[in-house]
Design a protein around this ligand. Sequence first.
Ligand code: MRU
Length: 370
Amino acid sequence: MNIDGKAWRTIWLEQGGRSVGVIDQTRLPHAFETRSLASLDQAAEAIATMVVRGAPLIGVTGAYGLMLALQVDPSDRALAAAFEQLLATRPTAVNLQWALERVRALVAPLPAAERAGAAQAEAAAIAEEDVAMAEAIGEHGLALFREIAARRPAARQGQPLNVLTHCNAGWLATVDWGTALAPIYKAHRAGLPIHVWVDETRPRNQGASLTAYELGREGVPHTLIADNAGGHLMQHGQVDAVIVGTDRTTRSGDVCNKIGTYLKALAAHDNGVPFYVALPASTIDWSLHDGVAEIPIEARSWQEVTHIQGRIASGSATGEIASVQLSPDGTAAFNPAFDVTPARLVTALITERGVAPATEAGLQKLYAAV
Ligand code: MRU
């Protein structure tokens, strides 16, 4: 995707694989800075502190983290320890576990001297596959958007399709393209008029900071809204479809995504607005059935709720990125980072293999799995 006319990916190899380059997402949208991850600890820290975030991207970063660990110590013990360290960084997105298991399964039978090189090749393959899956999701979602646009009443034909999204499931959350935003980019490039309602996505504001940034750089028309505005817009016919990503999808089609997604699904259901979830195969957890009961929900620092980060807009510190406190000193705060939307509220899943109902049969038909 484009930043000031230059095509970027979110993660890349440097120095022939001695380090990994990433975009520091904690600094966006006010500063575009890259970071070099040169060790296991730096990769783990980048995931935990959300320098990199988004389910597919943390999977790829985890895979490269194993590579960095094996370059220093390719022993069985070091492999096991690196696996556990990376896995512990963020518990909800199953892509992390999936990517770590994939690299471990490949390197474990190899002689120690071959492990780091094999890990590098496998991590790079995971990254390439992620791009291909995201682009395919984009194509399938575009076809769906065309159908929705064509079904609208004659008076609304030709007007922009209004799509609401939550959090950031764009190219910054993947290696390129994104999941939920991939169909939006495809639509925009194909000339289908589209406008995006961007949920701010408290507490970390990935919508306000990252989705708005991405869409702006790609020239996609969009409007930032407070998280609480979506239901109102849906009641007034201003949302044609909702599309979000997911960090873990059960075999039955329950989807776990950024906190607040469930409320949008409820509002969409009440207003007859289709609610789509876009995902690659790496986000499906075939071992789980009941998302509400079984998916581990990350609880992040209470300070993400009591404080907010932004660019100082006035005074002597104008332009600096700073954190400010919102609530009284000592206010108790709780910060579950994800919630689960039951499959019954999901109109369809958009995957790299096509569009399926959010059911076990729907997923199995696409993946012919387990
Ligand atoms: O906490 P984050 O920013 O990593 O959460 C990201 C999301 O919730 C995305 O919607 C999800 O990872 C799907 S991304 C393609």
